[in-house]
Design a protein around this ligand. Sequence first.
Ligand code: V55
Ligand code: FE
Length: 526
Amino acid sequence: MADQDRRDFIRSAVGAAATVGVAAGLTGNAVAAAAGAPAITDTVTRPGHGPARSAGTGGQFSPIRAEVTILDCNIEGKLPVDLNGGFYATGPDPQYPMRQGNIIFDGEGHARLFRIRNGRVDYRTRWVKSERFVANDKARAQLFPMYRNPYMDDPRAKGLSRSTANTHVINHKGLILALKEDSPPVAMDLNTLETVDPVYTFDGQLPRDRAFTAHPKVCSKTGNIVAFGYEADGFGSASVAFFEIDKAGKKVWETKIPVPYCGLLHDFAVTENHIALFVVPLAFDPEQIKRGGIHWSWDKTLKSHLGWFRRYGDGKDVKWVQGPAQSGTHTMGAFEDAGRIHFDTEMTAGNPFPFMPNKDGSPPDLPGSVSTIYRISANLSGKTKGYEVKQLYALQAPLPKQDDRYNTMPYRYGYAACPDPTVAPGEVAGSCYARMDVQNGTYELWNAGPKVSLAEPVFAPKSVNSREGEGYLLGVAYNLDQNLRSDLVILDAERVKDGPIARVKLPVQASPQVHGWWVREDQYPA
Ligand code: V55
Ligand code: FE
């Protein structure tokens, strides 16, 4: 997320989280819900319709709550003739006001598509019609009032998938899968974004209660989806299932491994032969859950653990090395080389999400939540004390990306939104897109200025066979001085510092975005 968003949502969400002694109000509501009384009695302004545009949001996390279809969008500049495909994204768009103590990560997913073809751009957004969304819609109330806390659910939520599908999207077999790490995917039509299966189990190959990460990788060699689901032996369990699904949708491998503790396992790393995971101290907190709070709290007494094991094995070869309490949430790239594994990720010294409580009750640690880009390395033999950590870039970039054709291989370029690092402290840093050249340590920036909030970009190769980095960088710019009216900006990925070569001008605010995904033209069914 861009700096503006991080500040906005930290400021407002921290306000809410500060009350996460929550107990009083929340337990009251839980009791009311259990007794069959209406759980929601708020008369507060609905999200997206008040002057404050709702707490916990800002920039790319501002709710819109309207499904939009605009064919033949206005285009400024020159849309490249070799840019054909679809830019998909999802993000939290709270259906009902967030309960005090809840966090924006619990907003219902709203998916969007910029379909770019033959010089035209069609824009379309649809709520993800998850089981949760549909049940809420029917009840006209929030039946799932607290982030990953099923004890707070309304009785009408029983048995339904809790997915908000608000985190990421990928394409698979002519579908878009909208992802939330606690649940199976929700399958949507690739062209219309209508939901076709609210609990997608890959034709029954995965159990209905098997979670599916929001950050699967696509194997650079096979095209297989490599994914995992944590809490694989039940709510809060320290067990993770890993699986691989081929392009035809067949599950070709699965195993399960125990992890040192149940921590937020948001992303992971896949190399040609190995899978690596970084277990961090945002840990499952059953006491907090019983008090009516969210799923996680930051427990700085825990160690961070890097683990790895061979793909296609049974996982019993897993090796673990430890480091101090620190976090890494999003992988930029990973590869193995000369007996070592390298895992490039953004890292924080403390709780990466200061709107999530600290277990010791200490106040939000804003400096400790700042992400910059690191390389974690270890000898595959496991015969080292810990893992090595080296900072690659001081850029504050919590959502770094790469060209997804290189998910499991040595790579050269990374991309991210970040604040301008050259601006003096205290001054408003413009929101930038950066291209990092991790092989020579340099980077290039385009600064969109202080009145813009840039969402995470995606890289679109010119064609399936383009060399790495040859293509376009696409991202949504929310104009803070135009009531968030948004543009899709398109940059030549090899000339990022020149700024956009084209802009798709929406007449409205774009829907919220966490992560986005590019589908090449050759990946659409004929
Ligand atoms: C993240 C996002 C989530 C979530 C857990 O960015 C972790 C990390 C949008 O929801 O539920
Ligand atoms: Fe993520």
